[in-house]
Write a protein that binds this ligand. Structure first.
Ligand SMILES: Nc1ncnc2c1ncn2[C@@H]1O[C@H](COP(=O)(O)OP(=O)(O)O)[C@@H](O)[C@H]1O
Ligand SMILES: Nc1ccn([C@@H]2O[C@H](COP(=O)(O)OP(=O)(O)O)[C@@H](O)[C@H]2O)c(=O)n1
Length: 225
């Protein structure tokens, strides 16, 4: 039986489980996977590396079209390059994390990255899981399934500081909440739940339970098509 292409949008704040869930769901269902946060991190890395003043939105806007960002969408080994350089490591530094909200708030940056995301999604032959902050609301408003993941700040901070060895849970919690506030209050496509998204609170669920929940929702959508 021929299977219909399916587009899944997964949004939510940091540490709710978007990346782990999206990768696993895509791998299990044979779909492509796109980490849009990695793209915003990549353009931020380029701005920092080229000495662009992050405090100056017009300076960022003026060069937003310059870096060439390429995302590999295999869920078992996603990749990200800027002008041919592998930046998978450098985009996860504390410096990039602390600057990404300012860069991603610039409308010219969002326009460029959104266009790239739409072209990747439309080129995914078997369908795709796209995760971020504004996928269900802005990038792919016609997605077949929209999920909005949430979790308590305590659960999210504990998960994140478990990843960053030696980090302080309280400081991680403050940094997460600061980034959430910036991402939720920006003018252009803020972090928000789409009206037709299914909200899943992952605070008391294991990662495996979240994955199963999303796989079931995708299969129900596919069956209903
Ligand atoms: N439901 C869960 N329970 C416990 N830990 C989780 C859960 N979901 C994700 N994690 C862990 O939390 C961390 C952050 O998850 P990640 O998928 O990167 O979140 P996000 O992409 O939303 O920032 C990872 O170390 C991941 O393994
Ligand atoms: N669709 C998206 C995805 C990320 N972002 C920005 O990129 C940052 C990093 O996203 P991420 O998904 O890598 O963040 P983590 O959840 O991994 O901490 C976010 O804090 C947002 O500022 C965005 O504006 N829109």
């Amino acid at each position: 039986m021929e299977r219909a292409t399916v587009i899944v949008a997964i949004d939510g704040p940091s540490g709710t489980g978007k990346s782990s869930t999206s990768k696993a769901v895509a791998a299990q269902l044979g779909l492509s996977y796109l980490d849009t946060g990695a793209q915003y991190r990549a353009i931020t890395w380029w701005m920092v590396s080229n000495g662009i003043d992050i405090e100056d939105p017009s300076a960022i806007a003026a060069v937003a079209g310059k870096p060439e960002i390429v995302s590999g969408t295999d869920p078992s080994g996603p990749t990200i390059t800027v002008d041919g350089t592998d930046v998978a490591g450098p985009i996860r530094t504390q410096e990039v994390t602390s600057k990404v909200s300012a860069v991603s708030a610039v409308p010219e940056v969002r326009a460029r990255i959104t266009e790239l995301q739409r072209s990747i999604a439309s080129g995914a032959e078997n369908g795709i899981v796209v995760e971020g902050r504004d996928i269900g609301t802005t990038v792919l408003p016609d997605a077949d399934l929209k999920i909005f993941l949430t979790a308590s700040p305590e659960a999210r901070a504990a998960r994140r500081s478990g990843e960053l060895k030696g980090s302080d849970v309280q400081a991680t919690r403050e940094a997460l909440l600061k980034r959430d506030a910036a991402d939720s209050s920006r003018k252009t496509s803020p972090l928000a739940k789409a009206d037709d998204a299914v909200e899943v609170d992952t605070s008391d669920l294991t990662l495996q339970q979240v994955i199963e929940c999303v796989v079931t929702l995708v299969e129900e959508k596919r069956a209903g098509k």
